[in-house]
Design a protein around this ligand. Structure first.
Ligand code: ATP
Ligand code: MG
Length: 632
């Protein structure tokens, strides 16, 4: 934990922490003035625990702040540099987006969509996806985007839960060169749903589709519609969207976000963390189907009038160099991706990125899972060439935006590989024990958030009780994210994995991230996941699953011995796994996160529960077979 990187790569504004610490409410009040409001708020925060209303009485519109405000100065500036999986490309300027969004807002109105109505969007990564979202926001409809990799059964639940009047989809979407027939999936998912009045179909792949009386083609609807639609003046807490969580720990939760607070949080964090400049080319690899895409592909960059890349397809298609090819092609300056993607890139070898010119990069970011220090260092050295700060941003669907991150846009602090560093200004985040008492430095415990923050969820859709019990019942008046963490001597936060996944071995608690990072630091290892299973003597023993890098031929029994030694040396004998299994892949959610609860169930010989968010079933069957074989 003593290594320090990135010193001097950023700005310094000493006043920001001071202001935030002295009064977080007036601090956020000041930040909210960066947005355009139709009418000012009367009260900055109405905190009726656990329900927070920000900028009460203020009137605002997300689409207005993303588009209208840029029309005088930036109508010719590219907003989206879209790159299709098959190599197609298309540029949308702020002026183009403004026209398309107004037209589509009029389309929605013409189909009877009113303020507060829900609209489900099930589209691939094409510009029409943000256009549809911004059109909803413009008229006060609540969008609910579903990742286009989900199957009919998972979509059915979500549409039923949100009772959407309109569903927007495409004939198909490209994924690894193949066409995914999205319209067919929707037909299946909405069978018997009388409340769905219309399905709008975008023709992306031009594959054959059958149209019913409910179905309308995007192009037909847009043909002769007016391109002028005023943005509705909405209350600050007007719901902007419902988004279901990734489902790493269980059944996804319908997170409801508001407008004024959420946008304030995004505007501020985008500036502080990414140090965004007018000349930047920003690239966030997240699918818009996840919160990172909502917050840092759609809303935050547009609020700032930034130029960004939006990529349609898989990061390793048509070959393993696709990402670096895109970075080079558009002279990308800021790159934001996930640890799971980085581990995959690392697995392909250094020669791949090394054969591209990545010199335009100036800042790197990661989100979604704890980043193993080994992977962080690779990112810093091989991609950033030791000249780009890396921000490791911790946040959740529920928090709306970043909560823990280094902020090169406003302050320069030394970076430590594997640590998210400090909470963002205006938040109160710490680590506590079972009883809610703050733990001393370097002691592991549970992350909590003690004050409301502007990007905070309004509630869980239609379920205030669940909202209270999931997030606010473990500790009085504190938000419980469900993550295990520690604070070091410098006050830096280290996220150690999910609290539910903590390993409890002979009275010691070990976060999954600590052990996995130790295993991943072996030269031959690409990825690892650990879990605990009950043991009569020790209470719990550890099982480790290990994926090797491409082309590794080392004798597994030798590697196994090396790994046992490494764990004993680096983490302690107590953390030695009972069993190491070598597998070809790990079970992950469709957003790329490791699903440790499945590994645990398999190792325990239990049924594996809800798998609707599982990306690749074959990962589970392989592990089931290996475990069966070993335990025979
Ligand atoms: P569900 O709540 O349905 O199980 P999920 O928690 O995976 O799904 P998200 O909101 O997409 O859904 O993910 C948030 C979680 O991701 C955090 O609680 C944390 O566990 C993990 N996470 C995100 N960013 C980081 C990070 N930088 N470091 C460590 N963990 C992170
Ligand atoms: Mg979660």
């Amino acid at each position: 934990m003593s290594e320090k990187y990135g010193v001097g790569l950023g700005n310094n504004d000493a006043t920001i922490r001071k202001k935030a610490d002295s009064d977080y409410v007036s601090f956020w009040d000041e930040q909210a003035h960066n947005l355009s409001w139709f009418s000012p708020w009367e009260k900055t925060l109405d905190w009726n625990p656990p329900f927070a209303k920000w900028f009460v009485g203020g009137k605002i519109n997300a689409s207005y702040n993303a588009l209208d405000i840029h029309q005088t100065t930036k109508s010719q500036k590219p907003a989206i540099l879209w790159e299709g999986e098959n190599g197609d490309s298309k540029t949308y300027t702020y002026g183009d987006l403004f026209v398309e969004v107004q037209k589509f807002a009029n389309v929605l109105k013409s189909l009877g969509v009113k303020q507060g109505d829900r609209v489900t969007i099930y589209l691939p990564m094409v510009p029409e996806l943000p256009i549809a979202m911004l059109a909803c926001a413009r008229i006060g409809a609540v969008h609910t985007v579903i990742f286009s990799g989900f199957s009919a059964a998972s979509i059915k639940d979500r549409i039923d839960d949100s009772k959407s009047k309109i569903v927007i989809t495409a004939d198909g979407g490209y994924r690894r060169g193949k066409i995914v027939k999205l319209k067919e999936v929707i037909d299946d998912a909405i069978k018997g749903f009388e409340f769905v009045k219309h399905v709008i179909v975008l023709e992306r792949t031009k594959n054959q589709i059958s149209l019913s009386s409910k179905d309308k083609l995007w192009t037909d609807l847009m043909e002769s519609i007016s391109d002028s639609c005023n943005a509705e003046k909405l209350p600050s807490d007007h719901p902007l969207y419902i988004l279901y969580t990734s489902g790493t720990t269980g059944k996804p939760k319908g997170v409801l976000h508001g407008t004024g607070g959420y946008l304030t949080h995004l505007y501020s964090t985008f500036k502080w963390a990414f140090d965004i400049k007018d000349s930047d080319i920003f690239f966030c690899t997240a699918d818009i189907g996840w919160v990172t895409g909502h917050s840092y592909v759609v809303y935050a960059p547009l609020l700032h009038g930034a130029t960004q890349i939006m990529y349609e397809g898989a990061p390793d298609f048509p070959d393993v160099s696709r990402m670096w090819d895109i970075l080079q092609k558009y002279k990308t300056t800021i790159f934001y991706t996930t640890p799971t993607a980085l581990r995959m890139f690392m697995k392909f070898g250094d020669d791949v990125p090394n054969s591209f010119d990545l010199s335009s990069l100036r800042l790197l970011g990661t989100v979604g899972e704890p980043i193993n220090p080994e992977v962080w260092k690779w990112y810093y050295k091989i991609i950033g060439k030791e000249k780009c700060p890396i921000i490791d941003t911790w946040w959740q669907t529920e928090t709306g935006g970043m909560m823990i991150s280094a902020l090169p846009g406003v302050e320069t602090i030394p970076l430590k590989p594997g640590s998210g560093t400090l909470p963002i200004p205006g938040t109160d985040i710490t680590v506590v024990d079972e009883f809610g008492t703050e733990v001393p430095p370097n002691t592991k415990g549970y992350l909590i958030i003690r004050n409301p923050w502007p990007g905070m969820l309004l509630t869980l859709w239609g379920d205030d009780e669940k909202y209270k019990s999931v997030y606010w019942s473990k500790y009085p008046n504190s938000y419980y994210p469900g993550d295990y963490a520690l604070k070091d001597d410098d006050g830096y936060l280290w996220l150690l994995g999910r609290a539910d996944d903590v390993l409890k071995i002979a009275g010691h608690r070990i976060g999954t991230a600590e052990l996995e990072s130790c295993i991943v630091s072996d030269d031959y290892v690409a990825e690892s996941a650990v879990c605990g299973i009950p043991d009569d003597v020790k209470g719990e023993v550890i099982i480790a699953y290990v994926v090797l890098k491409n082309g590794v031929t080392i004798d597994k029994s030798i590697l196994e011995k090396n790994l046992y030694n490494k764990i004993r040396n680096d983490v302690g004998a107590i953390a030695t796994p009972k069993q190491i299994y070598f597998v070809s892949k790990l079970p992950k959610t469709r957003s790329g996160k490791i699903m440790r609860r499945l590994l645990k169930s398999i190792a325990n010989g239990e049924t594996i529960g809800d798998t609707s968010t599982l990306d690749d079933v074959s990962a589970v069957t392989e592990i089931q077979n290996i475990v069966k074989e070993k335990t025979k």
